[in-house]
Design a binder for this molecule. Sequence first.
Ligand code: BGC
Length: 668
Amino acid sequence: MNKENKKQISLTLEEKLKLLTGKDGWRTYGANGKLKEVFMLDGPNGLRMMTDDGQTKKATAMPNISIIANSWSKEAARLAGETIADDCIEKGADILLAPGVNMKRTPLCGRNFEYFSEDPYLAGTLAKEYIDGVQSKGIGTSLKHFCANNREYDRFSVSSEIEERALREIYLPAFEIALKANPWMVMCSYNRINGVYASENKYLLEDVLRGEFGFNDVIVSDWWAVHSQFRRVKAGVDIEMPFTDKSYDDLKTAYDKGLITDEEIDVCVERILKLIEKVENADKVKKVEKTTEERHQAAVQIAKESIVLLKNEDNVLPLNAEKSGRILISGTFANDPPMGGGGSALAETDFKQERLENLISEKLGDSAVVDITANTQFTGDGCNNYIGNAIEAAYSHDTVIVCVGTGKWIESEGKDRTDIKLPFVQEEAILKIAKVNPNVIVVVYAGGAIDMSAWIDKVKGVVFVGFAGEGVNEALSSILCGEVSPSGKLSETFPLSLDDTFVKNNVGDGFVDLYNDGLFIGYRYYDHENKEVLFPFGHGLSYAKFDYSNLKIEKTGDIEYEISYTVKNIGNISAKEVSQVYVKDECSFVVRPEKELKGYSKDFIKPGEEKQIKIKLCKRAFAYYSTILKDWHVENGIFEILVGSSSRDIKLKGKIEINLPEEMQFTR
Ligand code: BGC
């Protein structure tokens, strides 16, 4: 719609109100042909398009967001966005309802597979790239779920009760960072925050999101998240989705009663018209760039970056025809790996994967023997027989790969996990197989942290694949066979057990979820409590070895520093390494986490080669949110810079003294 057209469009009151309530499940109202209907569909793990008879149309099933996060690669996140955008263009979607940047406060949250991390900086920076990737192709995104929706249990009513510092330092920054990519929409969440529904939370939507973060586009409700029409309009929720007669009637009644003014309606209408204009402008230029095969290859490439090697005793991996001997593949997901968790984020593909045993045997060459045990679905009735099959086969092989995990029945929108262990039969199968075979490699397909305490000491290798999309077998086989060195690192801590987590399995009292862990979620919690973990945040092994040296810190502005260090590949395979920069405030008058991630870099380094890595640290890297000053504040004093290969494997340390003049410290 050009400016002239826009002027000509005169909408009746009824049409305006309808514009604020959507046309159906997925479209905005078209005002009898006067306006383009904006078509929005779910992401984030691939495009999910429901047909009228409730089926899902096939699309590229991408590695899930939690897996993209394990890549720690901005390029991978961007590529994921660009790839999904091609599916959107092909299927006619204008906006992808993704990505979600809610924090992983508990490993139980049923939607963790849809979210990036327990760390706001990692989540925000990767989400920004993902959004840039989608939007570079003329498809809009809807950043979600704003905010503090960190579990599924009671999500339609529970109040996330959070004190302001935690809100500012933990639950909002991922949104704030991702907003730098200018998503076309933001979706508010279902829950209440400090007693007030997200969809009615004027403080968070108007004052913080629009006022402070500068977001001036459409806010859409999560589906059925609106409870009061006049309160949502006053809070700045422009579109309620999906359309229902009741929402329209309630909106009209609120208007008739004088609870909503014409001006307030016009503000929402203006923002929606601006969105329509963006969609129309994008329509003129957007085109599909990747063929279906290229999109599939993108899914493979991202999965390769994201698979995490957790344990590799005696270098059981990579496989090799001579060393590994007769190889057996076994287990629930040996040939039917789960594409994702359940709910609105589940993309369905019709891509037929090559079988894992074929891929492995092809890569290892003619002398390799790679078998698969039939019937090793370690779930449901009769599974003991299946375990029997697996044990028998494991006897006669030298190396066994056991494919286990969760899937959409265990991890899903709308419910939380009750446990973080693998299903009991899978644990039992691993233990029994490990009794008869000394070289067991467990491959885990799950959307979140798994308690491995029952079996981890009995096996030699553990590979965390996650929900890695339709390219998983290709990606996994090239990592298992050493064509590619693993380079994924965990974007969430794997605790020893659920009991070790702050939230445990506390589901609250049905009204309030008290966030009395404050700032201390994820690694911030385990560091603060000095707790051992199974695998720390940022952990992931490689087939190469890296040496870190030469840390230099240069002051480049008042509170701006350039951190540089060298990473050398001292192994004998080319590989990527994710190096991580954490900042620790050594002495502070407010409680602060032990350390916080403030930068990272993923670099491809050949054997013998070294790379100098540079990371910029600005004010925010040192600041805490002062609830008294109502602003970010940097205290004078000593800060430690920690460069590590994980949050618990710190290789280099340096110090900075910040000594700001009085007038620069704070002005309020
Ligand atoms: C989910 C959203 C999703 C929407 C539309 C809701 O249940 O929370 O993330 O975008 O449905 O499917």
